[in-house]
Write a protein that binds this ligand. Sequence first.
Ligand SMILES: Nc1ncnc2c1ncn2[C@@H]1O[C@H](COP(=O)(O)OP(=O)(O)OP(=O)(O)O)[C@@H](O)[C@H]1O
Length: 278
Amino acid sequence: MSSGVAVSCEGLVHIYRAEDTEVVALAGIDLQVAAGESVALLGPSGAGKSTLLSILAGVLRPSAGRLRIGAHAVESMSPAQLQRMRAAEVGVVLQGASRNLLPYLTAYDNVRFAQRAAPRGAELDAPEEVLDLLGLESFAREKFQVLTPGQRQRLAVAVAVAHSPGLLLADEPTSQLDHDAREEVLDALAQVNAVRGTTVVAVTHDPEVSERVRRTVTIRDGRVGAEGRSGEEFAVVGRGGSLTLPLDVVAALPPGTLVRVRLQGDGSVLLEPTGEGS
Ligand SMILES: Nc1ncnc2c1ncn2[C@@H]1O[C@H](COP(=O)(O)OP(=O)(O)OP(=O)(O)O)[C@@H](O)[C@H]1O
């Protein structure tokens, strides 16, 4: 049995540097995920979702900003400390089941192999229990080739949670699966979240994932552009009062438009374009 860890991102910036260019992939992400919460990260291609996931996984180091994963202040950790944190606290499902699994091992041995990376003395569920959690107990002796695509992906989740991490990160966990297999995988993630209390953060383009997860976070241009709660989209007030407007509003307000912002008596806020621009 494990329990979830909280994640806190404050002003996270990530810049990829090549010889003569810089790409600002994350431009100040503010995001709080409570322990045991389940969140889907959405957003257009190139918005910065994978970069954020890699930083949460401890694979990439943020260029600036603060990141807390449970009790760890990640931005100031040494590579060895990061490695230990990942081994103890973070499970990752990479895109494509085969990238997570050793095809010549059985389902049972894949889980057992993954547990070898856990810190010494860690309290781990037996491989049978991990497979049971993912509904794979009757496939323990099967190898990758005979499993269906949905079972393979469930096994990838089993391998990611084999060391009982408090945070499970999944990159496009339902991509290239048919409807039934997608349901299987979403059930598996929900099961890990419900039974173990594991915090789950999944990057996805799949509208079914967003429908199944109560909270969605849309990344736009390296920032949190919007949040969804039970299917309804909201703009998010950022630090210093910044607000990313919905795309249909942006289309009506070209950059540089001067807008009167008035707080109304009933607590609502009126945005009134003046017709003037800078
Ligand atoms: N290794 C890299 N070197 C330089 N630039 C990169 C690198 N990886 C990503 N980028 C750039 O950083 C930005 C964010 O990329 P990222 O892959 O995080 O976006 P994404 O939202 O995950 O996109 P997708 O949905 O297509 O995977 C993009 O402009 C991308 O071109």
